[in-house]
Design a protein around this ligand. Structure first.
Ligand code: FE
Ligand code: ZN
Ligand code: FE
Length: 167
């Protein structure tokens, strides 16, 4: 698509985010299954539910704009999730692998935080207050999800992973 103004770029960025969320919705159930820590599984389950809402919010914004959500593939998220799924398939100590899964998941959250921050800023500049509000809600959820993962890593998973003697 041609990018002639900030509105075009806004729509392009929203489509990228929509693709990212769609990919994450596919990946999260596998992460729930692969995680050994109950806390971590629970965090992923909660975020799966939130991610469904996030995708709905984007659909609402597209509706208001009179645009279609499809047509973009978020290659960045594709790459992050490819690395993530390689981590899920690793063999070894369960706690170490959990720590690795958290490392992958936090890359995803940071990527989303960056994208939603940009989109919200464009929405504000363009005077789309409702869209800005919705994007801000999602941004808060992504930030909280990231913080929760930090907490799980620091309070339990990294400690257990660190208890493994190196060969
Ligand atoms: Fe998300
Ligand atoms: Zn992207
Ligand atoms: Fe997220």
């Amino acid at each position: 698509m041609k990018l002639n103004n900030l509105e075009d770029l806004f729509v392009e960025q929203l489509r990228d985010l929509y693709s990212a969320e769609t990919q994450i919705l596919d990946a999260l159930p596998e992460m729930v299954e692969a995680a050994s820590s109950d806390q971590l599984r629970k965090a992923f389950k909660t975020h799966l539910e939130e991610t469904r809402q996030q995708k709905n919010r984007l659909e609402k914004i597209f509706e208001t704009l009179g645009k279609k959500p499809g047509g973009e593939t978020c290659e960045g998220m594709k790459g992050l999730l490819k690395e993530g799924s390689a981590m899920l398939e690793k063999e070894g100590d369960r706690n170490v692998i959990d720590a690795g899964i958290i490392a992958s998941a936090q890359r995803v959250e940071h990527y989303e935080i960056s994208g939603y921050g940009t989109a919200r800023t464009y929405a504000e500049r363009l005077g789309y207050d409702d869209a800005a509000e919705l994007l801000d809600e999602t941004l808060d959820e992504e930030s909280s999800a990231n913080e929760k993962l930090t907490k799980i890593a620091e309070s339990t998973v990294n400690k257990k992973a660190g208890a493994q003697a190196s060969a």
